[in-house]
Design a protein around this ligand. Structure first.
Ligand code: PMP
Ligand code: GLN
Length: 388
């Protein structure tokens, strides 16, 4: 591969799903639900296919129905006024939105601050854009992973172009607090930074409500907000995502996007438009279903001897393996632990070190996904609790 891609190899998610398939283990690694989203939305996709809506290239920014639905969603949920024609861009999942935003807005050599541990595509997207990744580490404090405003400030230099933020946060499950958001946004305004805010888990917040960065003072004009139908409607295979941002930023991201994929699947866009207009009962159901699953898995992990950080959002829980003891935890090395766990217990998890530049910081943590059927989680807990 080209130098800028060296070291990226295969994504850990593909690798661990392959390990699960090979060993027959329960896959709590890659974050995808084992139950599809609403039937009515699946049927909307079938209808669009059958009626010939979107079977040929849709408009470059996405079908108008979906752009209008995204704008209506931002207004209804967050009071954000978004112009569906100039301030919305439909993408091939949030992954493409992230890559296109980086390619469009980062000059070679620009520094991009990311919250570490970070979702793995951030590192690759920054690298493909020729940017320099500057990680700011979230550290455990009183039961959750928190951002230190002083460390954040210290990471900003004259070369900093962008903050690439994620809340609710994968893999820690942290929902940034009002104080953390204020620290981020005040710095962004003061230093005139762009902010790319990955909010794909916006509807998976267990306490309180999601606060989009774009809704905070001085942020609207500098923030690129990213959403995903994969996460919000449990159709990760559809790869429909969206960006909302000021028109000048959308225009730039659109330039990059049109030469990556040009457009994403037309018929699915009509179905996602319908999904975004689902009544609030759908969104409540998504969250409450996941809350039960969170508690089942977290309680099970605690009983099995892990130290866990009960997530405030997302469908992931981070666990510290060190309390399992030197032998069980492979000396506190999450990567070795996860490899052994698949064979030993028949459960696959993700070693969090892959989300860190400071690998040693991440070594003792592993991430489990709980977007799975209750029976599957119960079996996983049983296996994790059983001593070999
Ligand atoms: N951002 C985060 C934080 C994620 O966890 C994921 C994985 N679902 C993505 C982006 C990518 O989303 P998509 O599947 O829509 O490309
Ligand atoms: N976002 C999902 C996760 O964090 C996986 C996405 C992928 O496989 N690329 O597990």
């Amino acid at each position: 591969p080209a130098r800028r891609l060296r070291g990226f190899g295969t994504t850990v998610f593909a690798e661990m799903s392959e390990l699960a398939a090979r060993t027959g283990a329960i896959n709590l690694g890659q974050g995808f639900p084992d139950t599809d989203g609403p039937d009515r939305i699946r049927e909307a996709a079938v209808r669009a296919l059958r009626d010939g809506r979107g079977n040929q290239y849709p408009p470059a920014t996405g079908v108008p129905e979906l752009r209008r639905a995204v704008a209506a969603h931002q207004l209804l949920w967050y009071g954000l006024d978004v112009d569906p024609d100039r301030e919305v861009l439909v993408t091939a999942g949030a992954t493409e939105a992230i890559a296109a935003a980086l390619l469009a807005l980062v000059e070679p050599g620009d520094e991009v601050v990311v919250l570490e541990p970070y979702y793995d595509s951030y590192a690759a997207a920054v690298a493909m854009a020729g940017g320099v990744r500057v990680p700011v580490t979230l550290r455990p404090r009183d039961g959750s992973f928190r951002l230190d405003p002083d460390e954040l400030r210290a990471a900003i230099t004259d070369r900093t172009r962008m903050l690439l933020v994620n809340t609710p946060h994968n893999p820690t499950g942290t929902v940034l607090s009002a104080a953390e958001l204020a620290a981020l946004t005040e710095l962004a305004v003061e230093r005139d930074l762009l902010v790319v805010s990955d909010e794909v888990y916006e509807h998976v917040v267990f306490d309180g409500r999601h606060v989009p960065l774009a809704a905070l003072p001085g942020m609207r004009e500098r923030t690129v907000t990213i959403g995903s139908a994969g996460k919000t409607f449990s159709f990760t295979g559809w790869k429909v995502g969206w960006v909302t941002a000021p028109a000048r930023l959308v225009a730039a991201i659109r330039s990059a996007k049109q030469y990556l994929t040009y457009v994403s699947a037309g018929p699915l866009q009509y179905a996602v438009a319908e999904a975004l207009r689902l009544p609030s009962a759908y969104f409540d159901g998504l969250r409450e279903n996941l809350r039960v699953r969170r508690d089942l898995l977290v309680d099970g992990l605690e009983k099995a001897g892990f130290l866990t950080y009960r997530p405030a959002g997302t469908y992931f829980v981070t666990a510290d393996i060190r309390p399992l003891g030197a032998e069980q935890s492979a000396g506190g090395d999450g990567a070795a632990f996860c490899r052994a766990l698949a064979e030993r217990a028949g459960v696959v998890a993700i070693p969090s070190s892959v989300f860190y530049d400071h690998r040693a910081e991440g070594a003792p943590y592993v991430r489990f996904a709980f977007c799975k059927r209750i029976a599957v989680l119960e079996e996983a807990v049983r296996r994790l609790g059983a001593r070999p």
